[in-house]
Design a protein around this ligand. Structure first.
Ligand code: PLP
Length: 422
């Protein structure tokens, strides 16, 4: 009798958010696998999601949210887009992981080179972090120089050399070869080149920043970077992990008309699966092993399921060409958010690039990391938490962009604005 009652049927086990979270805390550090998911910046607990479809996600208690996180920008077609699901199902039924070259890698690489003319050849990786790290290694080998110039507030994944000031455990010996200057600060860039010109292998940046909130740089900034790198024999590297196939099919470089030597991609090109890619001029790319001496490898590099999901996504983007509609819808949201803030008497800046945007509760324009930091974190947290109470999920950090997808509608946007107006 006592024995039967102590045997639990796993199927009848209730798994609500509270129970999962308690277990998550025990078995995962901080209950998460990526720190922003802990919701600490807004004073909340990790949200346990169960599923997503279109623009909506559902948590483990069955609560629905209109999603503006969208897989941190990876899901431009929304959750579980039928074309992506179909392509992945078909692919994994024939072997999810082959471990050798397959058709899908070639197809996606070709689609990328057709979309982004500066990319003549591609190397796939399993994450954006890995692709950025390899881009820097390639630039160092190509120029036989050690230093890399980066910008405060840009994110290029979590490799040692690209995190420097932002993590414990990075040796000073590595940090000294990473120069960090404020975003859009041309004087600081010129000063760095004056001092270290013959030691700088390359400049890496987000051509539209999305990891200190959204910041659209002045076009002259990017043009000047192109001129300076060329003049000093350094490579210009655009980290388009977010902006590639997001702000335009051809990425930010198509919009600003500046051609980098190397481009890093990720997020959208995996259609919701783990991916990264590095591409650029053939003569530089040829330095990668096995053609050259720069090592990069990966058990899961060019993973068939990611290639299939990415290719299905790109095909759908090409077919539907949703960019104008997405931008108009996002402008409508941005304008609504500005009006709501004004009505509430809150100074706010809404920065937008295509289908991504950020609200900063600040009275002055946000153009770099220090002006982004001037936003009021408490006001942001209160705003984000109130939206969540009304069924709208925004990124739990001031510095993460909100993303719209093709699954978002005008009604949804108007609903978000009406919550903010309440
Ligand atoms: C997300 C991101 C990365 C890192 O990609 P992961 O796949 O998370 O490793 C690199 N650069 C930018 C601009 C990103 O937004």
């Amino acid at each position: 009798m006592t024995q039967t009652t102590s045997i639990r049927n796993p199927k009848s086990e209730i798994r609500n958010s509270t129970q999962i979270l308690e277990q998550a805390r025990r078995y995962l550090v901080g209950g998460v696998n990526s720190p922003v998911r802990a919701f600490r910046a807004v004073g909340q607990e990790p949200l346990i999601l169960e599923r997503g479809r279109g623009a909506v996600v559902v948590d483990a208690d069955g609560t629905r949210f209109l999603d503006l996180i969208m897989g941190w920008g990876a899901l431009i077609l929304g959750h579980a887009h039928p074309a992506v699901v179909r392509a992945v199902r078909k692919r994994i039924a024939d072997g999810a992981h082959l471990g050798l070259t397959h058709h899908g890698e070639v197809e996606l690489a070709r689609a990328i080179t057709e979309a982004i003319p500066s990319v003549e050849q591609v190397r796939f990786a399993a994450s954006g972090t890995e692709a950025c790290m390899t881009a820097v290694r390639l630039a160092r080998a190509h120029t036989a120089r050690a230093k890399v110039l980066t910008f405060e507030g840009c994110y290029h994944g979590h490799s040692d050399g690209l995190l420097v000031t932002r993590s414990a455990g990075v040796p000073q010996t590595l940090a000294q070869d990473t120069l960090v200057v404020p975003y859009q600060d041309l004087d600081a860039v010129e000063a760095a080149f004056t001092q270290f010109g013959d030691q700088i292998a390359g400049v890496i940046l987000e051509p539209v920043a999305a990891n200190m909130g959204v910041i659209v740089p002045d076009r002259r900034f990017l043009k000047r970077l192109r001129a300076l790198t060329a003049q000093h024999g350094a490579l210009l590297m655009f980290d388009e992990v977010v902006t590639g196939f997001r702000v335009a099919y051809g990425g930010a470089q198509a919009l600003v008309g500046v051609t980098p030597d190397l481009t890093v991609l990720g997020k959208i090109i995996g259609g919701g699966f783990p991916v990264g890619a590095l591409g650029g001029r053939r003569d530089i790319m040829q330095r990668l092993a096995p053609e050259g001496g720069v090592y990069h490898a990966g058990t899961f590099a060019g993973h068939p399921a990611a290639m299939a999901a990415g290719l299905a996504t790109l095909k759908e983007l090409q077919r539907a060409n949703p960019y104008e509609r997405l931008e108009a819808l996002t402008s409508r949201l941005a304008e609504g958010l500005r009006q709501a803030a004004a009505r509430a008497g809150l100074p706010a800046q809404v920065n937008q690039a295509g289908s991504m945007l950020t609200v900063f509760f600040s009275g002055r324009p946000v153009t770099d990391c220090s002006s982004a930091n001037a936003g009021q974190p408490a006001q942001f947290a209160a705003w984000a938490n109130r939206l969540r109470q009304h069924g709208v999920l925004v990124p739990p950090s001031q510095f993460e962009a909100m993303f719209l997808s093709t699954a978002h509608t005008q009604d949804m946007v108007d609903r978000i604005v009406s919550v903010c107006l309440r």
